[in-house]
Design a protein around this ligand. Structure first.
Ligand SMILES: Cc1cc2nc3c(=O)[nH]c(=O)nc-3n(C[C@H](O)[C@H](O)[C@H](O)COP(=O)(O)OP(=O)(O)OC[C@H]3O[C@@H](n4cnc5c(N)ncnc54)[C@H](O)[C@@H]3O)c2cc1C
Ligand SMILES: *[C@@H]1O[C@H](CO)[C@@H](O)[C@H](O)[C@H]1NC(C)=O
Ligand SMILES: *[C@@H]1O[C@H](CO)[C@@H](O)[C@H](O)[C@H]1NC(C)=O
Ligand SMILES: *[C@@H]1O[C@H](CO)[C@@H](O)[C@H](O)[C@H]1NC(C)=O
Ligand SMILES: *[C@@H]1O[C@H](CO)[C@@H](O)[C@H](O)[C@H]1NC(C)=O
Ligand SMILES: *[C@@H]1O[C@H](CO)[C@@H](O)[C@H](O)[C@H]1NC(C)=O
Ligand SMILES: *[C@@H]1O[C@H](CO)[C@@H](O)[C@H](O)[C@H]1NC(C)=O
Ligand SMILES: *[C@@H]1O[C@H](CO)[C@@H](O)[C@H](O)[C@H]1NC(C)=O
Length: 505
């Protein structure tokens, strides 16, 4: 075991390491004790109000884990101290950004481990030239928009208020503004991060460009604890948001409209953005479809952007509810926030978006899946969704900027449709059938797409189930490159071994 150098707590650690060799349990308790000595008042132990607060995650399944303690650094140097202590004691740990990973352990450590909760890293500053915004890694998107809306600025970030900046940006980041600028990861100017050695480094196009590339899509747990993101900012006023709820029976008409929108509409008007959700809501009569549409610059009052026109013909496609607003990002992101408290899972794949017929063919598979889950739930709550999220060519082109990201997507792969399953439910008795049926349905979607020669198989890490082989889907070359970067910056593989959860290269 190594003693950390340059640490105020190194003497203490030395003696704890010595004392700890007798038993594993002892050693793990010592990690929390050592942390609380080195970072007084920043460690939270079980059975306290603060612990309960920090152990609150969007998905109830994450909160079922109980780390030995949480440590809550206030700056990059604190993160460095924590990492040195955890690695020197070989303590398993996890990092919590906004805590919106769905599966248990995604961003929480199990008993015996430590969770580093970044909640105090809340700095937010805009550069004088208004072109860069520095965002502390503990912010949620609502904190970012509450800061930027009054300045008339925005960044390419997550769409939903309470979600954390860290997980979204590191995994990719689908934004309202992706049609113009690509995903969130394509718009990071610089990262400040803590390596497994405890060193604090920058990664940008100029400084450590290999790390900069890997962080753009390579996800959180492989390279470092990012403490600050410097994001490209742009001038932005209120956005247009149109939310349409249709009866599910219209799917055979709406899906072809979505497909045409993906191939022709979104690239023709890159200010626009959309997603398309199939849901089963007995209270509303059964299957429904929710389509949310956005435009960065609002169209003239009481008009609809031309590319969305076909969806907005009430005579042909009567809605159950339709809400159109022009509002700041804070308001829009709050309007689509998702409640805490349920068990959650998701999984996804991508298929070619060039065939409307294929996307319609998935609907009966989805219906059978819903029936199976509803039956298995015996009347307990279950809400299965199938979501289509377009990756049109304009987004794929924007992703090639800055030397390209790590996701392995090129315009020649596209246009693509992400097919995402998302389930929230109440009873742990349903866990197994939810997990296995999602796996089966993603398998069927991929098999049908392959049969039609329309397969792709890209897995977006931020909607992936823990069983999915995310990095293999980035392509052999990118995976090899990611592994080389991880090896270079974490030569002892400490993060690969000790930083648990999420996806490893
Ligand atoms: C309601 C909701 C809305 C969503 N909307 C969008 C959306 O609009 N666009 C989109 O692309 N995705 C969206 N997602 C998916 C989202 O990208 C993932 O859930 C993401 O993991 C959330 O980030 P987080 O920081 O809240 O999660 P966490 O669970 O805290 O973190 C996820 C992973 O990232 C790691 N991590 C977090 N912060 C850091 C850091 N600073 N340094 C190193 N590693 C870190 C964690 O260790 C963990 O492995 C949404 C999810 C939900 C639940
Ligand atoms: C927390 O409280 C519960 C119930 O009182 C107890 O069983 C448990 O041992 C306590 N945990 C710790 C770590 O003190
Ligand atoms: C972030 O936003 C939430 C919701 O508005 C708020 O409660 C919290 O205090 C904000 N955090 C900071 C550091 O401003
Ligand atoms: C966003 O708009 C709402 C409604 O107009 C307003 O009340 C709120 O102050 C605005 N928020 C910010 C952060 O500018
Ligand atoms: C990282 O960049 C900042 C400026 O943003 C600079 O002050 C700091 O010295 C850099 N760190 C290293 C290790 O080069
Ligand atoms: C899809 O549309 C078909 C034809 O209208 C209908 O029979 C089916 O029930 C719909 N499916 C869903 C999930 O709404
Ligand atoms: C497809 O989209 C284009 C661009 O918005 C539009 O001009 C065209 O009418 C649409 N075609 C169909 C069949 O909807
Ligand atoms: C539903 O009932 C069956 C049979 O009684 C039982 O095995 C299963 O666990 C129940 N599922 C839930 C979610 O309660």
């Amino acid at each position: 075991m190594r003693s950390p150098r340059h640490s105020s707590s190194s003497i203490l650690i030395g003696s704890l390491v010595f004392a700890a060799t007798s038993s594993c349990t002892q050693r793990l308790q010592d990690a929390c004790t050592a942390l609380s000595t080195a970072l007084p008042s920043l460690v939270t132990f079980p059975n306290t109000t603060l612990y309960a607060l920090e152990n609150t995650y969007w998905s109830a399944r994450q909160s079922t884990l109980a780390p030995s303690c949480f440590v809550t650094p206030t700056c990059a140097a604190d993160v460095s101290t924590a990492i040195k202590i955890l690695t020197s004691l070989s303590t398993p740990f996890s990092v919590k950004g906004g805590g919106h990973a769905a599966f248990p352990g995604g961003s929480n450590a199990a008993a015996g481990g430590v969770t580093i909760d970044l909640l105090h890293l809340t700095s937010l500053t805009a550069s004088r030239d208004r072109r860069t915004v520095s965002v502390g890694a503990g912010n949620r998107w609502i904190n970012v928009s509450a800061f930027l809306d009054p300045l008339g600025l925005a960044v390419v970030g997550g769409r939903v208020a309470d979600v954390g900046v860290g997980g979204v940006i590191l995994g990719g980041g689908i934004s309202y503004f992706s049609g113009l600028y690509g995903w969130a990861c394509d718009n990071v100017r610089s990262y400040q991060l803590v390596l497994s050695s405890g060193a604090i480094v920058n990664a940008s196009a100029r400084e450590n460009p290999d790390l900069f590339w890997a962080l753009r899509g390579g996800a959180g747990t492989n390279f470092g604890v990012v403490t600050r993101f410097d994001l490209a900012a742009f001038e932005q006023r209120d956005i247009w948001h149109n939310s349409l709820l249709f009866p599910g029976a219209l799917n055979a008409t709406l899906i072809p409209l979505l497909q045409n929108l993906t191939v022709n509409g979104l690239p023709a008007d890159p200010q626009t953005h959309t997603y398309f959700v199939m849901a089963y809501l007995p209270a509303l009569g059964g299957h429904v479809i929710l389509s949310d549409q956005f435009r960065a610059a609002p169209p003239p009052a009481n008009t609809t952007p031309a590319v969305f026109q076909a969806f907005n013909d009430e005579a042909l496609l009567p809605t159950i509810v339709k809400t159109t607003t022009v509002a700041n990002i804070s308001t829009v992101s709050r309007a689509i926030d998702q409640a805490y408290g349920s068990r959650q899972t998701w999984s996804n794949t991508a298929v070619s978006a060039t065939s409307a017929a294929l996307l319609v063919e998935f609907v009966p598979l989805y219906e059978a899946w819903v029936s199976k889950l509803v039956a298995a739930a015996n009347g307990t709550d279950v809400s299965p969704l199938m979501i289509y999220q377009p990756i049109p060519l304009n987004v794929l082109r924007a992703m090639q900027a800055n030397g390209g990201n790590a996701l392995g997507l090129t315009p020649s792969d596209g246009p693509l449709m992400i097919v995402q399953l998302s389930v929230s439910w109440a009873s742990s008795a349903l866990d197994e059938v939810v997990e296995s049926s999602c796996k089966d349905l993603i398998g069927s979607v991929n098999a049908l797409a392959a049969k039609r020669k329309l397969g792709n198989g890209f897995v977006y890490v931020n909607y992936a189930d823990s069983s999915q082989d995310v990095f293999a889907s980035y392509g052999k070359e990118n995976l090899a490159r990611l592994r080389l970067v991880a090896k270079k910056w974490d030569p002892k593989g400490l993060y690969q071994k000790l930083w648990r959860g999420y996806f490893k290269v």
